[in-house]
Design a protein around this ligand. Structure first.
Ligand code: SF4
Length: 60
């Protein structure tokens, strides 16, 4: 899995970072970013984060 956040869609709600803090973080621009070295397989929460994102900004 190669998670990506579409910043044209992200509204910075923080849901992904709450669900999957090992992979997603809200940065100074107010938008979600994939952490450096993030490992969806190890974290096992990327799919849930993508499913819960209200704007479907996360692709895997
Ligand atoms: Fe952005 Fe979606 Fe994460 Fe909310 S859940 S911060 S809209 S990527």
């Amino acid at each position: 899995m190669n998670p990506k956040v579409d910043h044209d869609l992200c509204i910075g709600c923080g849901v992904c970072a709450d669900i999957c803090p090992d992979v997603f973080e809200i940065r100074d621009d107010g938008l979600a970013h994939v952490k450096d070295g993030a490992d969806c397989e190890a974290a096992d929460c990327c799919q849930q984060a993508a499913d819960e994102c209200p704007t479907e900004a996360i692709s895997l």
